[in-house]
Design a protein around this ligand. Structure first.
Ligand code: ARG
Length: 262
């Protein structure tokens, strides 16, 4: 019996020594890597019928220049983003109410009414509104639009404001305001409307892809796109501006222009 007890004691001593020299439980081993502190995810919203800024790929993913630029800013500034598609005129209320965090939608930042509700980042793309008509139209500029013509644009946009102004001034028969830019162009193709007013880069991308349409006349305004956040979200706005500056300085911005506009 005594021998067994001695043997058990010896085995326990050997096991303890093995543990100590193997480093198990030793304080000399560096602590396991602490999981990285939670990286915040900010929820972005857009209206994805506005290529090449905001559109969807064949798998239904929301993609575009805006998304690539925001993704680059997020990586640079240490946060993550995801994207949700919704009608354009719900974008500002959704961020103003803090339901979502960032508008990434080719939105004109220089609109005083909008600036009352959200804060815009530094601008990242200069644009303007243009008139788009069918290839065989005799319209050569906004001045050729007549009181028997209906003009379409996308709800909530500067283009819609322009259409409504033309209707209010009795320069056109009426304005047709539609949720998606693609549907505006469908109504133009079908002859339901005689012109569409939309942002020049989006019109150009559409005309490059689909025959039968042309842009006419001079730019009708001047716009500059910005990302938008809730007015009290100054910390996020500063991150977006810092990241945007870095992307413009390190060549990423130019690479994205090349990717989406050539
Ligand atoms: N730039 C115009 C505006 O600010 C049109 C923007 C439309 N954007 C979109 N993702 N559908 O009103």
């Amino acid at each position: 019996m005594k021998t067994t007890k001695k043997l058990m004691t010896l085995i326990m001593v050997i096991a303890m020594l093995a543990m100590i020299f193997s480093g198990c439980g030793s304080s000399s081993e560096p602590a396991a890597e602490e999981p990285a502190a939670d990286v915040p995810t900010y929820h972005c919203i857009t209206e994805a019928s506005f290529p090449p800024f905001d559109t969807t790929d064949e798998d239904g993913n929301i993609v575009g220049f805006d998304m690539d630029l925001m993704n680059a800013i997020a990586e640079d500034q240490g946060f993550k983003v995801d994207y949700t598609d919704m009608v354009f005129d719900s974008l500002i209320p959704s961020v103003e109410s803090h339901q979502y965090d960032i508008i990434t939608a080719g939105m004109n930042a220089e609109d005083p009414e909008r600036q009352k509700h959200v804060s815009f980042s530094d601008t990242y793309y200069d644009s303007a509104l243009m008139v788009v008509v069918k290839e065989d139209s005799t319209v050569t500029s906004v001045d050729d639009l007549t009181t028997d013509m209906i003009v379409a644009s996308q709800v909530g946009t500067t283009g819609a404001d322009m259409c409504n102004s033309l209707a209010d001034e009795k320069k056109i028969k009426s304005a047709t305001i539609i949720d998606a830019f693609s549907d505006c162009m469908l109504q133009l193709k079908n002859g339901d409307v005689q012109a569409v007013i939309i942002d020049k880069p989006v019109a150009q991308a559409y005309i490059n892809k689909i025959e039968g349409f042309k842009m006419v006349g001079e730019p009708m305004n001047a716009e500059a796109y910005g990302f938008a956040v809730a007015k009290d979200n100054t910390e996020l706005l500063e991150k977006i501006n810092a990241g945007l500056k870095n992307m413009m300085e390190n060549g990423t911005y130019d690479k994205l222009l090349e990717k989406w506009f050539n």
